[in-house]
Write a protein that binds this ligand. Structure first.
Ligand SMILES: C[S@@+](CC[C@H](N)C(=O)[O-])C[C@H]1O[C@@H](n2cnc3c(N)ncnc32)[C@H](O)[C@@H]1O
Length: 219
């Protein structure tokens, strides 16, 4: 059971410009977020991804930013206001073991859970909520920091996500992260069998691991 929660001071570091050299948020969310979408940033902290998502959805879209630490959301709101993006951002403080947001059931066109699930004490409950919240054919981008989450732990999370109706469609190569794109099984079952999905998720962590090793080698 996870006990560590990202300290506020780390939140400032995670939202810093320096991080963009390693993980470009606009590029990472770019293929998935379009104008007028309603999107979820679960475990958003100070909005490293939420603000680029707010740019991408435009004035007709909405980014729902969820975190269990209100201090993170306070800073996010100030950053969004400075960037002129507050009108399309909604912040929600959630309890430790649930996302809530019942009013958004099936409403999200895209959901992001970046570097958060390893901090969650009941990932099964959170994955169940995510399964309820995303539209049936909408993608969920799941990523964990390669530094302190092993590929095996990510495999385990992906396996847990399958119990809540998700299948992994592909691995995503993001520096210093193990990342996977998931969708609800119902939309995928015609094209990907359970066995197939298992094989793919097996190669996903390996692919990101190799990618991260290569990146470290190049640096
Ligand atoms: C390591 S930070 C990652 C922040 C952001 N996703 C990023 O990549 O910049 C993890 C964030 O998840 C939040 N968090 C941890 N457990 C949570 C939970 N059970 N529900 C909601 N947020 C949670 C923490 O408060 C923290 O802001």
């Amino acid at each position: 059971m996870a006990t560590h929660v990202c300290p506020i001071w780390v939140g400032y570091f995670l939202a810093s410009r320096l991080r963009k050299l390693l993980q470009n948020p606009t590029r990472i969310i770019g293929p998935f977020v379009r104008p007028n979408m309603t999107v979820l940033d679960f475990g958003c902290a100070m909005g490293f991804f939420s603000l680029p998502m707010a740019e991408a959805v435009g004035p007709g879209g909405k980014v729902v930013c969820v975190d269990r630490q209100p201090e993170m959301l306070d800073v996010l709101k100030r950053r969004a206001a400075r960037a002129g993006l507050l009108d399309r951002i909604q912040c929600h403080v959630c309890p430790e073991d649930s996302i809530d947001l019942k009013e958004y059931d099936g409403a999200f066109d895209f959901a992001l859970a970046f570097a958060v699930l390893h901090e969650v004490s009941h990932p099964d409950r959170i994955l169940s909520d995510l399964g309820r919240l995303v539209r049936s054919d909408a993608p969920l981008l799941l990523a964990e920091p390669a530094g302190h989450v092993t590929p095996q732990e990510v495999e385990h999370t992906v396996a847990l996500a399958r119990e809540h109706g998700f299948v992994m469609t592909r691995a995503l190569l993001i520096r210093s992260a193990h990342a996977a794109l998931l969708t609800r099984a119902a939309t995928q079952e015609a094209t990907i069998s359970e066995e197939d999905a298992g094989v793919r998720s097996g190669t996903a962590a390996k692919a990101s691991d190799e990618h991260n090793r290569e990146s470290r080698g190049r640096r």
